[in-house]
Design a protein around this ligand. Structure first.
Ligand code: FAD
Ligand code: NAI
Length: 333
């Protein structure tokens, strides 16, 4: 039984791994040069920098088991840095008891580790799906064709899912459910000595949604560097702005937040067109099957977040396994 999983983010990797363990022949496709999707970190002179997901929590027992296994293999660790909150123009410590995890040495590390046993076709953008005698054929941007596959799982943001669906499939998904985010990292020539590891921004006037200090995470370079995530509305308004705009905006905003001038040595930015789910869509739950042999998974089908992306991939794998009668797995609920 052959399955194609399109998208090598955490949803695609969890789905592909589960199916492979159950004896399926799985091929994982991604347009990017490496696996990770929105957990991908960028290489810099200061080692890897996390521009997408910053950390994750594990509330579901199945995901807790997976996280424990990643910890045993040294690719995930707890993140114990002090947390702060910025509200009504005040920056205050905001400690809590929540356990938070990061990849070691980068957010994508558990995915790279897991994908080493999978058949990955990277730098391979799929541009069309063709139904052929109860199977599916994949057509890549290069013109290359893959298949036939008995099952195809799409683990892409909804706009990218929609662009792949053949006209014979009428279903379309809400494209604005995932919002844009500009991410900017400032590497400092001189440290601020600020204790904050992460800062939740709760101030309506701030253009920011989240700030973190990279070097507060285990396994990172010790040079002080800060990551800023700009709010969806601010990011959308300035979607086309250049590096100079983001350097100036990030420097001014972080300097005001920390209450001191900054000596910036390097700025690296990344624009996410589809970043995180809109708050009002957190309860959106899509069940998964689009057409015969065609499935959809991904964070947005289950309320967003790394954990839900992982669970969505497992859930679709279980549905395929049950459908094919290979074994019966409990629903993850
Ligand atoms: P993705 O990771 O988006 O994977 C989809 C993959 O599909 C990508 O690798 C893409 O290259 C590939 N692809 C797309 N189109 C094609 C095509 N046509 N052909 C082949 N491949 C294709 N979550 C948390 O839990 N904690 C956080 O702190 C957090 N912060 C975040 C901050 C930002 C800025 C962003 C962007 C996200 C954040 N998230 C966070 C959300 C989290 O990153 C996502 O929920 C999760 O990584 C989504 O995984 P996924 O597998 O569903 O999708
Ligand atoms: P989590 O439990 O650490 O955070 C969830 C939310 O709770 C945070 O976004 C923050 O607003 C609040 N929060 C948690 N601890 C806090 C503290 N000590 N002080 C002040 N506020 C605190 O992690 P979870 O649930 O795994 O979320 C992970 C990521 O997903 C984060 O990036 C978070 O911002 C994001 N998220 C996005 C949502 C959205 O609708 N866009 C909704 C929930 C989380």
């Amino acid at each position: 039984m052959k399955v194609a999983v399109i998208g090598a983010g955490i949803a695609g990797i969890s789905c592909a791994s589960k199916l492979q363990q159950a004896g399926y022949q799985v091929v994982l496709f991604d347009k990017a040069r490496s696996v990770g999707g929105r957990m991908t970190s960028k290489r810099s002179t200061q080692g890897y920098m996390d521009f997408g997901a910053q950390y994750f929590t594990a509330r579901h027992p199945l995901f807790q088991q997976q996280v424990a296994s990643w910890q045993q293999h040294g690719v995930v660790s707890r993140w114990l840095a002090p947390l702060y909150q910025y509200e009504q123009a005040r920056l205050l410590a905001s400690p809590d008891a929540q356990q938070r995890y990061v990849g070691i040495p980068a957010m994508h590390s558990p995915l790279k580790w897991q994908a080493r046993q999978l058949d990955c076709q990277l730098s391979c953008r799929i541009t069309a799906l063709k139904a052929k005698e109860n199977t599916w054929q994949l057509i890549a941007e290069s013109g290359e064709q893959f298949g036939p596959f008995d099952e195809v799982v799409l683990t892409l943001p909804p706009a990218q899912v929609n662009s792949l669906l053949p006209q014979t499939v009428t279903q379309r998904f809400p494209e604005t459910i995932l919002q844009p985010c500009w991410a900017v990292t400032l590497v400092l020539a001189k440290g601020t000595a600020h204790a904050a590891g992460g800062i939740f921004i709760k101030d309506a006037e701030s253009p920011l949604s989240w700030v973190s200090r990279h070097n507060s995470k285990p396994g990172r370079a010790q040079t002080e560097s800060w990551l800023l995530h700009f709010k969806p509305a601010f990011s959308a308004l300035h979607l086309q702005q250049d590096q100079a705009f983001w350097q100036q905006t990030a420097e001014q905003t972080l300097s005001a937040l920390l209450g001191q001038p900054l000596a910036v040595a390097e700025m690296i930015s990344h624009r996410w067109l589809y970043a995180q789910i809109q708050t009002q869509h957190q309860d959106f739950h899509y069940e998964g099957v689009i057409a015969a042999g065609l499935w959809v998974a991904g964070d947005w089908t289950r309320g967003g977040r790394v954990e839900n992306a992982w669970l969505s991939g497992i859930e679709i794998a279980q549905q395929i396994i049950v459908k094919q009668g290979a074994s019966v797995c409990p629903s993850i609920g």
